[in-house]
Ligand binder design. Structure first.
Ligand SMILES: [Zn+2]
Length: 104
């Protein structure tokens, strides 16, 4: 399956505990068809103090989740959808299914 999400895209979460959120994509893992997005699928990591002057702390780290849990938000019409692929020319480009705009 081709990954239809790119870094810095805006996506809407459609399932899971973060459902309904509209967030920015931080990282794409194409081999796994997973993405990392700002504030989604947060894992808490408890870090101990290693040196005397350090404090133990709880880190909130967004972890990867499946792209099947998101829809791409179109930058032109701001509606969530799965883009279709256009094969005009040499490059494969994404096209909004709702308004037909080409998405960079
Ligand atoms: Zn659109």
């Amino acid at each position: 399956m081709a990954v239809f999400i790119k870094k810095n895209d805006t996506v809407k979460i459609i399932s899971g505990k973060d459902r309904g959120k509209t967030v920015k994509v931080l990282r794409v893992l194409p081999q796994e068809a997973r993405i990392v997005a700002d504030g989604v699928n947060i894992r808490k990591r408890h870090q101990r103090a290693r040196k005397a002057n350090e404090k133990g702390q709880i880190l909130s780290i967004p972890s990867p989740f499946s792209i099947s849990n998101v829809m791409l938000v179109c930058p032109s019409c701001s509606r969530p959808m799965r883009p279709r692929w256009s094969h005009e020319g040499t490059a494969k480009t994404r096209v909004c299914r709702k308004c037909g705009a080409v998405i960079a």
